[in-house]
Design a binder for this molecule. Structure first.
Ligand code: ATP
Length: 320
């Protein structure tokens, strides 16, 4: 393989830049050229390609966001758009593609590899951690750390005023950001899409904790359930404690990537290029039991994300 393309797609995630750097530098190491495609699949429609050199990726390992920018591209869902994408790749002599993105981006990559025979490797870049085949996605660790920083601050003020804080975190249909930031911050309750909301149980847990001497409560609500505002309103109707909603919002998607995300980025990017160099396409890379793995892209996108109920029970046992 002589020349590969690289794009970031879907929602941005901290660590995408570090992964771009790892892909570009690994490819150059193996004597391959890299073209960066700007604005995700939209860049393939509009043919926005930039040659990436060693120095194109200097000083970005620590930066949030994505240097190649990202976009949602509806045209990629159509046969016409997909053909346009393939034609751009062919016209520019690109024989392999690395796609950094989430579930939707992988579906686009699957189409390119399965239907049009473009060797494509997917790198899981999304804060949501919603892909079953990998233990962690790029950006998840940083996003959870951002949530922790905010929840720690909320705990201070909630305790002073003896309030209940309802904190909304991202994650779309996946409760992992809520689960991990809930456990790691010592939140008493998490509300996730995978488990039906039981307001009576929530109230009894709050009352029990207050009877046990607590002066505040943190409830982490995943955006896939409802907004913090709506949840706080419902809760306020059934409790005399004062409730305050906070939506963390897009702050979760930015910021300098954590060590864990930079390590994943380096390894995912390097692994993706090694596969393409060996003529292997149609795979996604990930991490399982602390080992970097790769898997068939079709198999990976067909796996349904499972919620970690054991971790949920742990939270219930230790956050009282
Ligand atoms: P995140 O999880 O952070 O939101 P994502 O990659 O899942 O990231 P999506 O908006 O779902 O984000 O998908 C990104 C892009 O991938 C879409 O805008 C579209 O261009 C492409 N895509 C999604 N689904 C498909 C599909 N079924 N076929 C072809 N392309 C697709």
């Amino acid at each position: 393989m002589k020349r590969i393309g690289l794009l970031t797609s879907g929602g941005d995630a901290p660590g995408m830049n570090a992964a771009i750097r790892a892909v570009v530098r690994s490819a150059i190491y193996f004597g391959m050229e890299v073209y960066g495609i700007e604005r995700g699949y939209a860049g393939l429609m509009e043919e926005i390609l930039v040659p990436m050199e060693m120095r194109s990726v200097s000083n970005i390992v620590q930066c949030g966001g994505t240097k190649l920018r990202t976009a949602r591209c509806l045209e990629m869902l159509t046969e016409e758009g997909q053909k346009k994408a393939v034609s751009t790749l062919e016209k520019n002599g690109i024989d392999g593609l690395v796609v950094i993105g989430g579930d939707g981006s992988f579906r686009g990559a699957k189409v390119l590899s399965e239907i049009y025979g473009v060797p494509t490797i997917g790198i899981p870049g999304t804060i949501d951690n919603d892909l079953e085949y990998t233990d962690y996605t790029l950006g998840f660790d940083t996003a959870v750390n951002t949530c922790l920083d905010i929840i720690n601050k909320l705990r201070d003020t909630m305790t002073s005023h003896e309030r209940i804080s309802v904190v909304e975190v991202m994650g779309r249909h996946c409760g992992d950001i809520a689960l991990y930031s809930g456990i790691a911050s010592g939140a008493e309750i998490i509300v996730v899409p995978e488990i039906k909301v039981d307001m009576d149980d929530i109230i009894s847990r709050i009352n029990r904790s207050r009877a046990n001497g607590k002066h505040s409560n943190i409830i982490v609500v995943a955006e896939g359930v409802m907004s913090a505002e709506k949840f706080a309103k419902q809760l306020q109707e059934v409790t005399t404690y004062s409730v305050r909603p906070t939506c963390i919002g897009h702050v979760q998607r930015g910021g300098s990537p954590s060590m864990a995300d930079r390590m994943l980025a380096a390894q995912f990017g390097n692994k993706a290029v090694r596969l393409l160099k060996d003529g292997i396409g149609n795979r996604v890379v990930g991490i399982s039991q602390n080992k970097i793995i790769d898997m068939d892209i079709i198999e990976a996108v067909s796996m349904k994300k499972k919620f970690n109920f054991e971790l949920y029970e742990t939270l219930q046992m230790i956050s009282m």
